[in-house]
Structure formats: structure tokens, C-alpha cells
Write a protein that binds this ligand. Sequence first.
Ligand code: SF4
Ligand code: ZN
Length: 346
Amino acid sequence: MRELSDFCKNLKKGFINRQINPNKPVGFWPEKDILNGKITDSFVIILRTRGCSWSHKSGCSMCGYFNDTMWGDDVTDENLKKQFEAAMDGYNNEKIVKIFNSGSFFDEREISIKLRYKILNKLFEKAEKISVESRPEYIMQTNLSDLMQIIVNGIFEVGVGLETSNDFIRKYSINKGFTFNDYIKSAKVLKNNNIKLKTYVLIKPPFVNEKQSINDAIETVKKIKDITDIISFNPVNIQRNTLVSFLWNRKYYRPPWLFSIVEILKESKKISRDILLKCDIVGGGNIRGAHNCRICDKEFLKSIKEFSLYQNLDVLENLDCECRDKWLDQIDIEEYGFGSLVNMFG
Ligand code: SF4
Ligand SMILES: [Zn+2]
């Protein structure tokens, strides 16, 4: 649908990046993660590039990552090297390093082949596992062959934002710009190279109501459980200058309920069994992020975080609150509307 694609593009028209220092990364911080079934220290680095190429062309309906980029201004290898060095000042030999760039690690317009190699080479001196992210079109043998020599002893993981296995939703709601088949092809390339695949699944894309979103996430898990090594659920949060924020400002969109997320995690664990399931909730408990009634949000968020680390369904079992009825009402009432409707209950 050209309309959606054009709309996402036009939203960025006239956008001026406020980021003026190409030598500073977006951020870096330590956090806990899992390695070989054990809780392990990890280190996250977000590099500031010129921005995701798809975002420049049009962009996904919920993605405001471009707000953090240099948005088209040249970011040279020298700049990125300085960003990387600045981030490494905070590195304490954590065994897992996640190096993201709010786009695609394998897109040469963002990070050159030479620099990719240098970065991974440096990180694998200490790290046992390195994670990057990429759209499927850049996951090609030519982009991986050179890297294979440095990955021999470590675990290399690529995260792909599939969002949903449903091509209709991916195209008409998310404007993702690739198909399920493209994802499958990239998964095969990764497997042939012994590289792990983490798949991001979006919870509650725009124009998809609460119930459809729960079903869609569960259906997606069924379709990818034999393809991916990790599934990471991303509940939509309202990011600036996006289609989702446009809808939200007009009261046509509510971020997902935490009840829905718990439902998805419980069902997904039953279906996927040994696959690692994670859910990082950006802006959780806030009106711009996944939330319930505010009173129970903290408890839900804590339990979901704990589940993501320990994979134990027990922590999700006894979660309840009076607002459960409101969540159920919303699910019922939305059936009679079109798409993800107004913010009925806050
Ligand atoms: S979600 Fe990923 S692919 Fe889509 S615009 Fe954002 S960075 Fe690019
Ligand atoms: Zn509540």
C-alpha cells in the first residue's frame, strides 16, 4: 500500500536531527542476560550511524530510531571508531556484547565492511557472545564469509525484526518492506554459517486490535519456533515522529496491555518449549508504553523481566488485578470496531 509507505516517509520530511556529535554513541550500559542457560553480565553499545536505509526510504510505522541517528549526515569510519572507543571505556569484560546501530550492522551505508571486521575482532578478544541486528536483505554470504574466521570460538547472533509471520500485517500495518520468505532465506544463510538467529516479534502493531495482536504473536511463534534460536517480543511504545505516535496523539491507538503480554508469553512458552523467550518492555508502565492500570504495572513488569531471565512460567501464574475486567472488556468491545481503537480505559 503506497499510502502507508508514503505516510511514513512524509512524517520524516523536514526532520532535523538534534544530534550534532558524530563521535558519541547513542549509549552504552551493562545489563544481565543469558548465556548457555546461565545469567551472565552483558554490555550493550548503540552506535550512531546515518540511520537505517529503510527508514530513509520510508520506514516502519512504529520505529522512531531515526530520532537518534545523524539522519543522513555523513558518519565516517573514523567517527564510528571514536564512538566505539568511547563505549569501550565502559566495558568491563562482560561475556556478552550486544552492539546495535538502530539499523543494520551489515548495511555498508551504515557500517563499512572493514570497520565491522575490526569491531568484531576487538570484541571477540574478551567476549564469548556477540549480538548484532540486521534486516534480511543484508544477510548474505558475501557479508559473512570474512567474519567467519574471527567467530570460530565464539557465538555470533544476528537479530532480525520479523515482527510477525503474517505478510498482510507486516505490509499493511508495519510497512516493513520485506516478506516472511525473505526472513526464511536469511535464516538459512545464518544457519549455514552456524550463526544464531534472534527474531523480534512486535506486540500490537497499529490497526491491529488487542485480541488480534495476541493471536498474531502466538501464530508467529508457531511458524518460527523451528527456525529461530531466540524470540524477543517487542511491545510497541510510542516513539516520536512515527505513524503510531500520529495515531496515539489522536486517541486511535493504545499500547498493549501487560495482561496481553503475559498471555502471549505463557502460550508461547508452551508452544516453543526450549526456545529462549524474552521481552524487553521499553517505556513499560507509562502511557506511552505497555501498561495496565498503573497500580499493578510494577509487579507485572518485574515478573515479565524475571521470566525473560529465568524462563520460569511460575512467575507469571499469579499475576492479577482488578483491571483485568477492563482488559477483557476492551478485548470484547474492540471486536465491533475497526482496528486498534481509542484508549477506552486508560
Ligand atoms: S524497525 Fe528496523 S527496519 Fe524498520 S525502520 Fe526501524 S531500524 Fe529500520
Ligand atoms: Zn491493574
